[in-house]
Unconditional design. Sequence first.
Length: 153
Amino acid sequence: MENLKIEIKSMRQTKENIIEFEKLRYDAICQNIPEQYLTSSKVAARIYDAELMIFGLYLDDILAAGCYISDSFGTLFIDQLFVKKEFQETGLYLGRTLLKYLLENRTEIEEFFHFHPKQSKLFFLDSKSKNTYDKLGYTMENSEIGLMSKKLN
């Protein structure tokens, strides 16, 4: 797995991109969803309305991980972070790589949402994701709902 080409880029809010990213998001949790739902869901509506920004991590030109980001009351909110099933548990840490990149390279996000966030927030779903977020500097804000936050420079 050496010499893999990793590229991270923002994606336009097109129907094709929504389908591709939503398929990936559901693949990450081993669910197969009809295409008609992928473009008519609440998530799709938020993407179409530019409430969510889409980022993809491409591994040798294959979409391997994705992230949806929003501006939630001046906070950089990580709404969804997902990795294609075949790339999970491989030691590549693609989700961590994507999130770290987004936190360190926020100019495009700030321009898209017209704000300069002072913090980032996200929800963790299990101990594995919590440990990943701990390693990136997130701290527990509300353990009852699994909310974590991180101060940004």
